[in-house]
Design a protein around this ligand. Structure first.
Ligand code: DGL
Length: 248
């Protein structure tokens, strides 16, 4: 039996990461866990985010996952290191704001806005990624992930909110989507900039990293081994002692 790959986020954000993983690894099966009981991660203290993220990792590994993808920037910058040391023999792939690829491609006088959750904004890992490069302007958007989770189709509302955020940055060269939920608003941001903006999203990079990790550890599914499936789970009640109650 081919063991699945676990992917988790606090809600719908990680679905974009899942999409990239499933496209790049069509022979693999996946379990997607949306930790809705703890959404939003981005407004919680780091201990709480870490606790929720461990519980998700624990749930997915106990469902026999051969690898997990933390499809959430907030959980990755807060807890990926600890999860990796807790599960040191397992493949654990994280999703980080794509600051480095953006810095590499940024024009000398250009600058980019990195849009993140409050928890990511104040995390040490995010500060490290920024490398003190003044050409990256970090902005925390505390309400945004929840707005997207609850009404991602309310384009006028999101447009108004985002126009307010980007008003002072109309000459930015690029925007970094530093939260997996923000992949849903990429088109709105493009519209605000009249199409004249580069958008960086870490989802594709995370999928490539997953593929690489599976290959070097000999865990990649072989072509035709089994029929790939994707199972969706969601927490609906506060998890206790790393146990989640789930509904399919
Ligand atoms: N999707 C998560 C991220 O990538 C954050 C959403 C939340 O605040 O729960 O950062």
């Amino acid at each position: 039996m081919v063991r699945p790959i676990g992917v988790f986020d606090s809600g719908v954000g990680g679905l974009n990461v899942l999409k990239h993983c499933a496209k790049l690894l069509p022979e693999e099966s996946f379990i997607y866990l949306a930790d809705k009981a703890n959404m939003p991660y981005g407004n919680k203290p780091k201990e709480e985010i870490a606790r929720a993220a461990y519980a998700c990792a624990d749930t997915l590994f106990s469902l026999n996952c051969k690898a997990i993808v933390i499809a959430c920037n907030t959980a990755t910058v807060t807890a990926a290191e600890q999860i990796r040391s807790l599960y040191s023999t397992r493949v654990v792939v994280g999703l980080e704001p794509a600051v480095r690829p953006c810095i590499k491609e940024l024009g000398r006088r250009g600058y980019a806005v990195a849009l993140v959750t409050s928890a990511t904004f104040s995390s040490e890992r995010f500060r490290m990624l920024l490398e003190n490069d003044k050409r990256i302007v970090p902005i925390a958007a505390p309400e945004l992930a929840m707005m997207i989770e609850s009404s991602k189709d309310d384009i006028p509302r999101l447009n108004q909110y985002l126009s307010g955020i980007f008003r002072d940055y109309s000459d930015a060269e690029a925007v970094i989507l530093g939260c997996s939920h923000y992949s849903y608003i990429a088109d709105i941001i493009r519209d605000i900039y009249g199409g004249n903006i580069k958008i960086y999203d870490g989802a594709e990079g995370a999928a490539r990293r997953l593929k690489y990790c599976l290959e070097i550890s000999g865990l990649a599914a072989q072509k035709g081994e089994t029929k790939p499936t994707i199972r969706f789970l969601s927490t609906y009640k506060k998890m206790q002692n790393a146990e989640s109650r789930m509904q399919n």
